[in-house]
Design a protein around this ligand. Structure first.
Ligand SMILES: Cc1ncc(COP(=O)(O)O)c(C=O)c1O
Length: 392
């Protein structure tokens, strides 16, 4: 079957017109329609307000529509979603809000993002916690990932930290199995071990049904695979885990007040983790970005297209001399990491960038990462393969 003509679809994205883009895991491009949605809300705010009852009511609707659209994408109820700025803020809300006791244990994989690792290190220092690393990197192609985590749980484990989809190698972790094993592991106090998921690379890439995979905390952003504007992300907290998680950053958006404005309680839903004034027009940009994806196809159709493109790239890389892909099996995501026998990854990425190809290096493991979206063309992939082959 001939590949569909993606030209009209891609024409919506100014960023795609003048380069060959393989950095979707860093940031997705913003469509003209999403840009326009942001400007049009800001313009309306200025015309009607900027601050008055009418504008405030419209902004409430803007926020609730955004939570609803995200919840729909994740397969969860609206009341479990908190709007944040990015992945890392969502992770910090989950990390700092648990009732830590000295000696509690966190189990975290060796493939987490530096920002999250730094937050965990500071948390452990402040509360005198033990952090145990589950080494999964060397097991990704054929090891038992669930055992690598479960073997490190103890009765003092309170939190397990994993990424749903690894940012460094593109592997998808068996999240439902990890959640199940953690939730059923006996602890000294009878508390459930909670699982915090870094979902930076999974939201907008994988079809999701979080209710079914029984996640506790799932922190994500709109600016990567969803192609929203930078500055809007979200956090899912399951209804069961909400009672374990106190708000840490606190402000008027997260509280109920009495008749004279005194705080009386947290909001009964995910809004309790939202804080105060935000760049609200960006929410409309994210909704428009999601609408564009949905017009193209279902989450499963988009995922299938991403895996098709990734397979073309992965297979082509396998045929290049001196190149080894990190994944030994066909990719199940749009992130394809590879290394050169001769190294010099930064030099390669820099060289490709001068030719209009946007990729990035990863430090651990030392490799180059190329990301393909469902609207990456076969021609782009073939040109990239030729450019890598020509690099000497
Ligand atoms: C796995 C992972 N976690 C966290 C982040 C940080 O994302 P943000 O800037 O949205 O907090 C990234 C960004 O690349 C990532 O890939």
């Amino acid at each position: 079957m001939p590949a569909p003509d993606l030209t009209p679809f891609r024409a919506q994205f100014p960023a795609l017109a003048n380069k060959t883009y393989f950095n979707y895991g860093g940031q997705g491009p913003l469509a003209e329609r999403a840009l326009e949605a942001i400007c049009s809300i800001e313009r309306q705010i200025q015309i009607d307000g900027p601050f008055n009852g009418k504008v405030n009511a419209a902004l409430q609707l803007n926020s609730s529509a955004t939570r609803r659209m995200i919840a729909n994408l994740l397969g969860v109820p609206d009341n479990t979603i908190s709007l944040t700025e990015d992945v890392t803020v969502g992770c910090n809300i989950a990390l700092w809000g648990l009732a830590w006791q000295a000696g509690d244990q966190i189990v975290m994989t060796d493939c987490e993002h530096p920002g999250v690792i730094a937050a965990v290190m500071e948390l452990a220092r402040r509360f005198d916690l033990t952090v145990t690393i589950a080494p999964i990197l060397d097991l990704l192609n054929d090891g038992d990932l669930v055992a690598a985590i479960v073997d490190r749980l103890t009765p003092r484990t309170r939190l397990v930290i994993v990424s749903h989809l690894l940012w460094n190698t593109g592997h998808v972790l068996p999240l439902a199995e990890i959640n199940h094993a953690c939730h059923h592991f006996p602890t000294d106090t009878g508390q459930t071990i909670r699982v915090m998921v870094d979902a930076a690379q999974s939201v907008g890439l994988l079809p999701l049904d979080l209710d079914v995979i029984d996640v506790d905390f799932y922190a994500f952003t709109g600016h990567k695979w969803l192609c929203g504007a930078a500055g809007v992300g979200g956090l899912y907290v399951s209804e069961a885990a909400r009672s374990d998680l106190a708000p840490t950053f606190i402000g008027w958006r997260g509280i109920e007040t009495d008749a004279i404005g005194n705080p009386t309680d947290w909001k009964p839903n995910g809004q309790r983790y939202e804080v105060a004034t935000s760049a609200y027009p960006l929410y409309a940009g994210l909704r428009e970005a999601i609408a564009i994806h949905e017009e193209w196809g279902t989450a499963s159709e988009r995922y299938t297209a991403i895996c098709d493109r990734a397979l073309r790239l992965w297979s082509g890389l396998q045929n290049l001399e001196g190149i080894e892909c990190y994944a030994s099996a066909p990719p199940r995501s749009g992130l394809v990491s590879f290394r050169r026998a001769e190294g010099q990854h930064q030099t390669l990425v820099h060289h490709l960038e001068t030719q209009g190809f946007m990729l990035r290096t990863i430090l651990y493991p030392d490799c180059v990462r190329a990301c393909v979206h469902y609207f990456t063309t076969e021609e782009e992939i073939d040109r990239l393969l030729r450019a890598i082959a020509d690099f000497s």
